[in-house]
Design a protein around this ligand. Structure first.
Ligand code: NDP
Length: 406
């Protein structure tokens, strides 16, 4: 809980418009190789704080006011099934409308996100701690459903991992976890990207191809997640994990402030990429997206509509639990081929930063570690869910993430 905010600050401390530490420099000169926090950014100021909190208030209000679909979640351990109001895509559309009108009339200045970056980061870190404290304290109320892994009795561990499974406000109408998972952080990430692109445009009169590509790739990823919003209800985050510091910080701080690093880097270190380089980036993105979307769609369709002609040819393994596991198609290649596609896309998001510095490749490294860990966690959960059938499945689909390698 101390280290994660420090990593967010370190990414600015090590790489900003005053310079960017190379690996060799960092190795030979240690922390002196880093440029330090730039003078143009303050660690905290009232306006940066107001922008960050204003953004949270706007998304919360939009979530409450705008209509949404009512979707049912999975059956929980205690046999109950919750209903969720989902309107993340509408909140996104409202953000676009308000942003466009506000920018046109000069009320909103998106380029400010660069100057206020550190100040907004500090505010959101403080908010994540405040929210986690509230979540931990309120989880001791009566009638709360606790997450299986979040009730160890160790205060620090439970505070971090999340005690209560589905904390809600407004008599159950406002699901805090699903709201934080989809709305302020994800759309906020895109706003940071667009703000950096706007600043590049204000500085140079153009948006560079490198910036445009990263914004387009990440924009498509966020819009895809918001468009397929109901899919969140079957993810581990929603069905299994409690809501504590890990997800609150991850959703509200980590995702927007570290995933936007590449756009910030391109703004601060302009990249003139060759056509061959741009073509390579596009190719990597297409390969990653084809695997990621193909695999996720195949499993979602198979789970929700197994009679669909595009999945009836798949070979399956019948389990004692009642459900079937796919053993051919994308899911016959390896057990988490969707993670591999996601990771290949991560490369396409970093390659536009060129090869001068290693810092903008942070996302590829971090995300690789996250996916290996997530695969292990899901493997454990499936071994528990499916018992001997999971061992049979693993014997058929031998590789975890990368065919013939891992
Ligand atoms: P998955 O979509 O891979 O879902 C795992 C579940 O799918 C298993 O628990 C099992 O549940 C079911 N399953 C596993 N194997 C099979 C099979 N062969 N046939 C049928 N069902 C199977 O996991 P996630 O929810 O972790 O990931 C969803 C997406 O989100 C991924 O593409 C991932 O890359 C992405 N993601 C992105 C993150 C980011 O920060 N950008 C972070 C985390 C995830 P059951 O059998 O009970 O249905």
């Amino acid at each position: 809980m101390f280290a994660l905010p420090m990593v967010c600050y370190a990414l600015v401390f090590a790489c900003n418009e005053d310079g960017c530490a190379s690996l060799a420099d960092a190795y030979s000169r240690g922390v002196r190789a880093f440029p330090g926090f730039p003078k143009s950014m303050s660690l905290f100021d009232a306006s940066g704080g107001a922008i960050a909190l204003g953004w949270l208030a706007f998304t919360a209000l939009a979530h409450v006011v705008l209509p949404g679909i009512e979707a049912r979640g999975v059956v929980l351990g205690d046999g109950t099934r919750l209903t969720y109001k989902l309107n993340g895509f509408r909140v996104f559309a409202a953000t676009c409308v308000v942003g466009a009108i506000g920018s046109y009339f000069g009320i909103i200045d998106l380029t400010l996100v660069h100057e206020k970056f550190l100040s907004m980061l500090t505010t959101m870190i403080a908010f994540a701690f405040a929210l986690s404290t509230y979540l931990y304290a309120s989880s001791f109320g009566r009638g709360k459903t606790l997450a299986r892994g979040g009730n160890s009795g160790n205060v620090a561990y439970d505070y971090f991992i999340g005690r209560e499974l589905n904390p809600r406000l407004m008599r159950g109408a406002f699901d805090l976890k699903v709201f934080c998972e989809l709305t302020p952080g994800l759309i906020g990430w895109l706003l940071l990207d667009v703000g950096f692109a706007a600043k590049e445009y204000a500085r140079s009169g153009a948006v560079s191809p490198a910036m445009a590509l990263v914004c387009a790739f990440q924009g498509a990823y966020v819009i895809d997640a918001l468009w397929n919003e109901p899919a969140i209800l079957t993810t581990m985050d929603v069905t299994t994990d409690g809501f504590g510091f890990m997800l609150a910080f991850g959703d509200l701080v980590w995702v927007p402030f570290t995933y936007s690093l590449q756009c910030r880097y391109i703004l601060e270190h302009p990249q003139a990429l060759s056509r061959a380089h741009l073509a390579l980036v596009l190719l990597v993105q297409c390969v990653g997206y084809t695997i990621f979307r193909g695999a996720n769609n195949q499993k979602n369709l198979f789970r929700t509509n197994p009679k669909d002609p595009s999945v009836t040819h798949l070979k399956t393994l019948q389990t004692k639990r009642g459900t079937k596991l796919i053993v051919s198609g994308w899911w016959g290649v390896c057990r988490h081929i969707n993670y591999l596609g996601d990771w290949i896309m991560a490369w396409a998001w970093c390659l536009p930063c060129g090869f001068a510095h290693v810092v903008p490749y942070f996302y590829v490294v971090y995300f690789g570690i996250l996916l290996i860990h997530r695969d292990a966690r899901d493997g454990e959960a499936c071994a528990e869910k499916y018992g001997a059938d999971w061992a049979r499945y693993c014997a058929i689909v031998k590789y975890r993430l990368i065919p013939f390698i891992y």
